[in-house]
Design a protein around this ligand. Structure first.
Ligand SMILES: *Cc1c(COP(=O)(O)O)cnc(C)c1O
Length: 560
């Protein structure tokens, strides 16, 4: 089981003989802060960078799926050290070697084209170079004094993506692109904080200052409710909404229970009839409840589906409700001339979330939030006197984060390297490969396609033909029993495939509109790696069929 050799011991292993030569003193400190200019020092630095680029590259090519069969428990036993050595234990070269040999093989190879279960995948190699530049420059965009031109680049790239979403006229962008008084959006850590920022703005605008009240941001939620005659704020999103919306409602003092789930139609899109009736019902029965926002999803995390954004926009416009679009996943679909229409209506959103570390293929992490109204973010503006002055381009003024890296440099550079067409090709590969996989699943009698892909995500399950037949004619109670057995079998199937280490498909639990099956476990495939092709996907299905036939036959023998 444990096949760790001397050479690839985890970094927990000790190297005491070497440790004795290492000391921390002023001279060694000088050496790590001041780069020596001689040839041998240069050579060493280059050698380390090579080791990182090629050593890791080697790992990424050697392993697939979830690598090495060392159980988590065994791994955790190797990392039980709570002491910090008084003196240095290792040199950089040794630390790099440890990370490559002792950590990487036990990490997850998300770059494998057989790893099709998550929204985290391979990134283009140039992202490593761009990240190195960001680290080396170490700019802090909280403030112009610690970033200068880099903050200006950030405003430019925000305008580029804003234009991709909203397509306002040239003059609009000329006015706002570098304005210190307005903001087209902002970078945040991730999609979760982008959703939080959007709701934060919506909350502060809805519960803004009025006669005798300074606004919710200053006086807090209790006084805001009293001042505005409200006792509950709700957010409406389809049942496929990401849980970050509930977190946000918790943080903002709304309460996570006040994110209300609207059902979906047979295409897994928000049921507009149910949205309208819920809004009507709230208005009639709860006069002191206000709707903070309706959220349309553009690429649901579990099914990749897109809500009817135009129809939601109509309703929000009519009733004066903030319309937020969670396009964390689906946003970059806008690059594809072929498929951008799938997101039609997004240009009417008051705010939009997009994740850079998803379909912009950036390294972890990069979230972004955009606002249609360039003054919207004034609702969250803060002016710490020593940090940010009003009207300055200090980006910390309108931002949840304080200090943060210049991730925008990576995005701006990636857009230049890829071009819109480069991103479009990635998006189109994902959508079209997912469509082919759906066809393949429908051709195989042992599988059932559970949610048809709209973008590049689909779900299905293993369900042999005799059980499918049985299920079709079963009464509701019997159907529930069969469904439960299928759930367990699919959980076991997914786990065994993952443990085999060759490929990885994720699983999730969905509720289907007919309701008669209760909660249904489904296998989920996300196609974002351009190296994933139908040959690989057929192998993955073959492997599942063989696991089911060899290891799980009793699970599929469901007695009538
Ligand atoms: C991934 C995702 C999020 C959350 O993004 P993080 O970057 O993981 O915080 C929110 N909404 C949707 C639709 C997502 O797919």
């Amino acid at each position: 089981m444990n096949k760790i050799s001397q050479d690839d011991r985890a970094p927990g292993a000790d190297f005491r003989s070497q440790a004795r030569e290492l000391v921390a003193n002023r001279e060694t400190l000088r050496r790590i802060f001041i780069m020596r200019e001689d040839d041998s020092a240069r050579e060493t630095l280059v050698k380390y960078m090579e080791q990182i680029l090629f050593g890791l590259q080697d790992f990424l090519q050697r392993h697939v799926g979830i690598t090495e069969e060392v159980p988590l428990k065994e791994l955790s036993e190797r990392f039980m050290d709570t002491t910090i050595g008084r003196h240095p234990e290792k040199k950089l070269a040794q630390v790099i070697t440890d990370l490559i040999n002792g950590i990487a093989p036990y990490a997850v190879n998300v770059a494998s084209p057989y790893f099709v279960g998550h929204m985290t995948s391979a990134i283009p190699f140039f992202m490593v170079h761009l990240s190195t530049i960001v680290a080396a420059l170490n700019q802090n965009v909280v403030k112009i004094e610690t970033s200068k031109v880099v903050s200006i680049v950030e405003k430019q790239v925000l305008a580029k993506i804003h234009r991709l979403i909203y397509g306002f006229p040239e003059d609009f962008y000329k006015e706002h692109i570098q304005s210190g008084y307005t903001s087209l959006g902002g970078f945040v850590e991730d999609g979760t904080l982008a959703n939080l920022s959007a709701l934060w703005v919506a909350r502060n605008r809805l519960l803004g200052p009025k006669e005798g009240f300074a606004g919710v941001e200053q006086e807090g939620i209790a006084r805001a409710f009293a001042a505005h005659g409200v006792d509950r704020l709700v957010v409406l999103i389809s049942q496929l909404g990401h849980y970050s919306l509930r977190k946000s409602a918790g943080v903002l003092g709304l309460g996570s229970d006040n994110v209300l789930a609207i059902g979906v139609d047979e295409h897994n899109r928000m049921d507009i009839g149910e949205l309208t009736s819920t809004l009507g019902h709230l208005a009639k029965t709860e006069p002191r409840t206000r709707v903070l926002a309706v959220v349309g999803i553009s690429g649901a995390t579990e099914t990749g589906t897109v809500d009817p954004l135009g129809k939601i926009a109509d309703i929000c416009q009519e009733q004066g409700i903030h319309f937020h679009v969670d396009a964390a996943w689906g946003g970059p679909t806008l690059f594809s001339e072929k498929y951008a229409r799938l997101l039609s209506g997004i240009e009417r959103a008051d705010s939009v979330t997009i994740d850079g570390h998803k379909q912009f293929y950036m390294p972890m992490t990069c979230g972004m939030v955009y606002f249609k109204d360039p003054e919207a973010m004034d609702a969250i503006a803060y002016n710490a006197r020593y940090v940010a002055r009003p009207g300055s381009v200090d980006l910390g003024i309108r931002s949840l984060a304080g200090s943060r890296p210049s991730t925008s440099l990576i995005l701006d550079s990636a857009l230049k390297i890829m071009g819109a067409q480069g991103y479009a090709l990635l998006i189109e590969h994902g959508i079209e490969t997912a469509a082919s996989l759906a066809e393949e699943i429908e051709l195989r009698e042992n599988f059932q396609l559970m949610t048809r892909p709209e973008l590049n995500i689909l779900t299905y399950r293993y369900c042999p033909p005799e059980i499918q037949k049985h299920l079709a004619t079963a009464g509701p109670e019997e159907a529930l029993v069969i469904n439960q057995a299928l759930n367990e079998a699919n959980i076991a199937l997914q786990r065994r495939q993952r443990e085999a280490g060759k490929s990885f498909v994720s699983r999730t639990t969905l509720r289907f509109p007919d309701g008669r099956n209760g909660l249904t476990v489904v296998l989920r495939v996300v196609i974002m790696n351009p190296m994933t092709h139908m040959g690989i996907l057929r192998e993955i299905l073959d492997e599942q069929e063989s696991i089911a036939a060899r290891q799980l036959p009793e699970s599929f023998r469901i007695e009538p």
